[in-house]
Ligand binder design. Structure first.
Ligand SMILES: NC(=O)c1ccc[n+]([C@@H]2O[C@H](COP(=O)([O-])OP(=O)(O)OC[C@H]3O[C@@H](n4cnc5c(N)ncnc54)[C@H](O)[C@@H]3O)[C@@H](O)[C@H]2O)c1
Length: 260
């Protein structure tokens, strides 16, 4: 087992992309730390992985709370030592909304969990990683890190996270810690599935808008995250990698008016 996969912390690890990532690291032999607000799903996943002979522990943490994140990082350090991997997958989605109609409380909540929560966890675990002079952090960006979207609060936050990834890479790089992000396209997670079922996302539009004519699977994002934390990615830091079935390319291609 690669040294950098010894202890892998995954926030939002109870569901969706975080869950797939926790499974991917556990399969590789890593000791996986699942941090989430959803104790039912988190405990069930940790128990399932342990039952299979893999190593996983669930911790309840609310990324919106400075105190909770500090307590989480301290508990992990005391019980498992400095992590080799931190994946910041805890987060909230948003539906399309007009600027003039958006509830500012929703904007604040998205910022607090998606951006501030990522920064809090990265500072809390990054301290031990920088002191140990090794480690890899992966943030969860989005297609809205690259393109305008009517998910106003979500998109502003994800664009900010792309910048935060670059800032963290520059700051932590000399201390031996790499920081990258993935930008998943439309990924069939429980959060996305629930929105499709409520009519808040049209799957046909997503499929037509993607070069590969399909959704991304959570395990495909997990594989990319796993790669970014591996020795094969040792020279990669500060990048935001789209995992989008070609949605970014296709939307630009389709924008040319006389396209057949
Ligand atoms: N699904 C997609 O299409 C998609 C696309 C691009 C980016 N993303 C990003 O990937 C990440 C994961 O999304 P997902 O689709 O897997 O969603 P999900 O809802 O399936 O999983 C998110 C997890 O984060 C946890 N969480 C939410 N708020 C939290 C908090 N305050 N503290 C701790 N944990 C919290 C949830 O309990 C859940 O387990 C998010 O950052 C999302 O923005 C998702």
């Amino acid at each position: 087992m690669a040294e950098q996969h010894r202890v892998a912390v995954v926030t939002g690890g109870a569901s969706g992309i975080g869950e797939a990532t926790a499974r991917r690291f556990a399969e590789s032999g890593a000791n996986v730390i699942i941090g989430d607000v959803d104790s039912t799903r988190g405990e069930r996943l940790a128990a399932e992985l342990e039952h299979k002979g893999q190593k996983a522990t669930y911790y309840h943490v609310d990324l919106a709370s400075d105190e909770a994140v500090a307590t989480f990082a301290d508990a992990v350090a005391a019980e498992h030592g400095a992590p080799n991997v931190l994946v910041n997958s805890g987060g909230l989605l948003q539906n399309a909304v007009h600027l003039l109609e958006m509830d500012m409380a929703e904007f604040d909540r998205l910022w607090q969990v998606n951006v501030r929560g990522t920064l809090l966890a990265s500072r809390a675990f990054g301290q031990a990683m920088c002191a140990a002079r090794h480690g890899s952090i992966v943030n969860l960006c989005s297609l809205t890190s690259f393109r305008a979207s009517a998910q106003v609060g979500y998109a502003v936050g994800k664009a900010g996270l792309k910048m935060l990834t670059e800032i963290m890479a520059a700051d932590f790089g000399p201390k031996g810690v790499r920081v990258n992000a993935v930008a998943p396209g439309y990924t069939l997670t429980p959060a996305m599935q629930a929105r499709i079922e409520k009519g808040e996302r049209d799957p046909d539009v997503v499929i037509r808008g993607s070069a590969l004519r399909r959704f991304v699977a959570p395990s495909e994002v997990a594989d990319a995250i796993f790669f970014l934390c591996s020795p094969q990615a040792a020279a990669i830091t500060g990048v935001t990698m789209p995992i989008d079935c070609g949605w970014l390319a296709m939307t630009a291609y389709n924008a040319y008016a006389s396209q057949p």
